[in-house]
Design a protein around this ligand. Structure first.
Ligand code: ADP
Ligand code: MG
Length: 346
């Protein structure tokens, strides 16, 4: 049932916890043969075969990680799954199952939660994962979401943050900075709306970057592509916090330095024009913005020809010895040191 403006919204209190769980999860299909027992018992039962199991959890708190004044509930459900699937992909694994736990106050209608679960279901269908459990509780204020994702990978394909070698190439999927600029646009419109609720913004020019913020995708397609190309990254991480911070994680865990090239960073033209408008430097947006959920990984130089020319993959630098530190080579040729929040010029 979608939200009908003429119908009063139904309160979740009148349903009660068990009816609510049934109501929200009744339409979820079981898509995977590994799912032996799904929602409805004390725990789910999964047959993960002879592969290794990958597990990851993320929590999303209203007011901290999302703002419902511009985040539609369906997108929120979708994104809650995506951020977890992305972590599974960053291990070079494939996601198979999720659990979704929510705490909500009685401010939330049944219709709003139905929309949330519609988004969860969209993501389950897109990434071919089964929802196999969760938990539902009341909260005094606001909504908190916790998703756990489970995936599988064979031992010879798994990739850690720690496996990079000196001279490995640093590669990134897709383009960067979009989600951050999308957030800037949405935040600006929210503030305008607070002053003038009649204001109807024209968001068409910002379609791509808003989409990047509200409906990101995990790069499962890249995990599949790399396997098809017979490339096993030496190290990998997903970009949830901005390129700088993720690059530093690779350095620290692989015990190496890194050199990234400003001119190589993949940035969409709409990100550049939005940066103009907000008086931001696109390189800063890429390094310090976040939530792009692209994959950052390293490959051996020998594998370069296998990925060369692929429009989804860009080589942006290489790993160096630890003593060289984490550097960004600017267009001017000058060096800047990468910091967790962006970079500082010498
Ligand atoms: P218990 O009391 O054993 O924790 P619950 O009543 O919380 O059981 O849950 C009953 C079943 O419904 C379990 O299979 C649980 O995983 C599932 N479940 C509960 N809440 C959710 C939710 N928000 N989304 C998906 N499944 C849920
Ligand atoms: Mg429970």
């Amino acid at each position: 049932m979608t939200e009908d403006k003429n119908q009063p919204l139904r309160s979740i209190e009148e349903l009660g916890e068990f009816a609510l769980i049934d109501h929200l999860t009744a339409h979820f299909e079981t898509r995977r043969s590994e799912t032996l027992k799904s929602i409805g018992d004390d725990a789910a039962l999964l047959d993960m075969g002879d592969k290794k199991t990958v597990l990851s959890t993320d929590m999303l708190v209203e007011g901290i990680h999302f703002n419902l004044s511009y985040m539609p509930m369906r997108h929120l459900g979708y994104k809650s799954v995506v951020v977890n699937v992305s972590d599974i992909c960053a291990m070079n694994a494939r996601p198979t199952h999720i659990t979704v736990s929510i705490s909500v106050s009685n401010r939330f209608s049944l219709e709003a939660l139905e929309e949330f679960y519609r988004g969860v279901n969209d993501a389950c269908a897109h990434y071919k994962v089964d929802l196999v459990g969760g938990d539902t509780t009341a909260s005094l204020k606001g909504m908190t979401i916790s998703v756990t994702a489970i995936g599988s990978v064979s031992e010879d394909r798994v990739v850690y943050r720690s496996g990079a070698q000196e001279n490995d190439l640093v590669v990134v999927s897709g383009d960067l900075g979009g989600a951050y600029l999308g957030f800037q646009v949405l935040e600006r419109e929210r503030q305008v709306f607070e002053v003038n609720p009649q204001h109807e913004p024209d968001l068409d020019p910002y379609h791509y970057i808003i989409q990047r913020q509200l409906k990101p995708e995990a790069r499962l397609d890249m995990v599949e592509l790399l396997e098809a190309l017979e490339v096993r990254p030496s190290a990998m991480i997903d970009i949830s916090d901005g390129l700088s911070s993720e690059a530093l994680h690779l350095c620290k865990q692989s015990n190496l330095g890194i050199a990234l090239y400003e001119e190589k960073l993949p940035i969409d033209p709409t990100v550049i024009s939005a940066c103009d408008e907000f008086n931001l430097n696109p390189t800063v947006a890429v390094l310090s913005g976040g939530e792009d959920y692209e994959l950052l990984f390293t490959i051996r130089q020998d594998d370069f020809l296998k990925i060369k020319g692929n429009p989804n993959l860009t080589v942006i630098g290489h790993m160096t010895e630890k003593t060289s530190g984490a550097q960004l080579v600017l267009r001017s040729g000058e060096l800047a040191e990468l910091k967790a929040q962006g970079w500082t010029s010498f």
